[in-house]
Design a protein around this ligand. Sequence first.
Ligand SMILES: [Zn+2]
Length: 130
Amino acid sequence: MLKKGNKLYSILTGTCPKCHEESMYQDKNPYHLGNLFKMNERCSHCGTKYKIEPSFFYGAMYVSYGVGVAFAVAAFVIAFLFFKASLINTFIAIIVTMIVFMPFIIRVSRNIWINFFIKYDPQATTKVKS
Ligand SMILES: [Zn+2]
């Protein structure tokens, strides 16, 4: 279902947006908070430079607003509509959800952001090797 070549694959796994061969991050686990923002300079498979320009990933903050709101809405629906929680408990559930998923949201936002600018290229890997 989720295969290489699909933008969602790169977004969800944090792999290089061009060749989908390797992780952009030095540490794949976003919950190792000390390494949350540590990214490789470029892809060792296709040579894509991740930081297209200085402070490129500041733009990912705009994406993270949207992703954050999506998570908040999901938390609201689950707590309030499915579990019939009170408004106060629903509010707490939203806050907890936001905190728990924050590292994930930050990473996914970066992945979405870079995928706006760089397209998948199935030939990217072979190009460098030849
Ligand atoms: Zn690559």
